[in-house]
Design a protein around this ligand. Structure first.
Ligand SMILES: *Cc1c(COP(=O)(O)O)cnc(C)c1O
Length: 457
């Protein structure tokens, strides 16, 4: 082996590599400094190998490494993944996948100009707030509606605009932490409203609210316990009871539904998740919910309720900071249309997954195993559960059929599945990798098979 100095000299310099024939097309295609950076990184990496006693691998190897680095710099960090976890509303994986119609609407709105804030009848400035409003009102029975960036923003906005410097009364059983640091008491503090806790962790009565109300009370609030369940000796007042109490004393009733759904979940074999229509009908003055949980659309927060309150919210300065863009509004409208047309179960991906038959999941699993051929040795199908996730139907699950991968080092296999293109995020169950096809979009089955073939080969 050549001595260290000789091997380091063989390595050459960035300048020398910039003159290399293979690098010329890169210089024509990519910004100069990105090419220089990639070459430098490659040289650094190889130098470290040589210093550790390794051989100079040759210019071709250095250039291959540089090309890899160049591609890595250009690759977006946000990329598509295959969700094989069986968690339908997986917040870390982007929650709701969108329907074709929603994507088309978003593309249309984004490609050109639109009447986002322009009144075409009058030929003058209009309001972006009108766009999803009519559909939201029709579907929920509310008088008025407002869309903001997400439900955390919707809750903060409602409290800030309607209860700043005053009291909001909430049951001790509903002082929820949603995740990502969103805690109802902190949001309350941020809004400038004063939290008044009543009742106990497990039992709160309407009289507890009544006893705590005073001249400074702006609102009673209910927060849906979206990610936990208190069982046993429990009680919470019905929303209609709270509405009656609030209104008899000149106060508001705010209802944070969290997920919010327009469709009943019971026909899917799940417990009943409170619907937005029920909250409006029960007399809540303002109801807040997410656009990308069970609604299954783009990320957004929606507020529906009394016309005068929505009008106040629109004038409140924070609203400007929470506003959504044109592509989001276009997507929300297209998503709500699926509900209006009565086609949500077929067209909204989240609902298609929720209502997918176990036999269909098992059939796709068999096709996958058949496609693996000899590589399927040690793989099998096994009954399991899919989770709803995303702050709706806590602890609830649906029966599914899992594809179980062979014994082996599950964490290593999981790493390999995540490392490729597209990355596959799976679940580990009893030290084996399991794939739940309920959350794999049907058009992704082929790519999933391809990746599995590569990893298991
Ligand atoms: C999820 C959730 C939120 C936050 O909604 P985002 O759209 O994620 O901002 C607020 N309140 C409740 C009860 C929730 O479940």
């Amino acid at each position: 082996m050549a001595n260290l100095q000789t091997r380091l000299r063989q390595l050459g310099s960035v300048d020398a590599l910039l003159r290399h024939g293979e690098v010329q097309p890169w210089l024509a295609a990519y910004p100069h400094e990105l090419v220089v950076e990639a070459l430098r990184q490659a040289l650094d990496a190889v130098r470290a190998v040589i210093l550790a006693g390794g051989d100079y691998p040759g210019a071709k190897a250095v250039l291959a490494l540089a090309e890899e680095r160049l591609q890595a710099q250009l690759r977006p960090t946000l990329q598509s993944v295959i969700n094989a976890t069986g968690v339908i509303l997986h917040t870390n994986l982007g929650r709701a996948p969108l329907s074709e119609a929603v994507l088309e609407a978003m593309q249309q709105a984004g490609t050109g100009y639109s009447n986002l804030e322009y009144d075409l009848d009058m030929g003058q400035r209009g309001s972006r707030h009108v766009h999803a409003e009519a559909l939201l009102c029709r579907l929920t029975g509310a008088e008025a509606a407002l869309v903001v960036n997400n439900n955390a923003g919707a809750v903060l906005l409602a409290l800030s605009a309607l209860a700043q410097g005053r009291e909001v009364i909430l049951s001790r059983g509903q002082l929820v932490e949603i995740g990502g640091g969103f805690r109802i008491p902190d949001v309350m503090a941020q809004s400038g409203a004063r939290l008044v806790e009543v009742g106990t962790t497990n039992r709160t009565y309407v009289d507890d609210f009544g006893a705590a109300m005073g001249p400074d009370t702006a609102a009673l609030m209910r927060v849906h316990a979206s990610n936990f369940r208190i069982e046993g000796f429990t009680h919470q007042p019905a929303l209609a009871e709270l509405a009656e109490l609030a209104h008899s004393r000149g106060c508001l009733l705010l209802d944070d539904l969290g997920s919010g759904t327009l469709l009943d979940t019971a026909p899917q074999g799940l417990p009943h998740e409170p619907t937005i229509q029920e909250s409006v009908a029960a007399g809540a003055d303002l109801v807040t919910f997410s656009g990308d949980k069970l609604l299954g659309g783009p990320q957004a927060g929606m507020l529906v309720g009394r016309r005068d309150l929505i009008a106040r919210l629109r004038r409140f300065p924070l609203t400007r900071a929470l506003r959504v863009d044109k592509t989001t509004l276009a997507g929300i409208q297209a998503n709500l249309l699926h509900y209006l047309m009565g086609e949500a179960l077929q067209q909204v991906p989240v609902w298609r997954m929720l209502s997918m038959d176990v036999d269909e999941i098992a059939r796709r699993g068999r096709v996958l195993l058949d496609g693996l051929g000899g590589l399927a040795d040690g793989c099998q199908q096994q009954e399991g559960r899919s989770m709803i996730g995303g702050g709706s139907l806590p602890q609830e699950s649906l029966p599914t059929m899992l594809v179980v991968l062979p014994m082996g080092t599950a964490t290593e296999l999981a790493r390999q599945l995540r490392a490729g293109d597209p990355p596959i995020v799976a679940r580990i169950h009893e030290e084996r990798i399991v794939l739940d096809l309920r959350t794999v979009l049907p058009h992704e089955d082929v790519r999933l098979l391809q990746r599995l073939r590569d990893v298991l080969a």
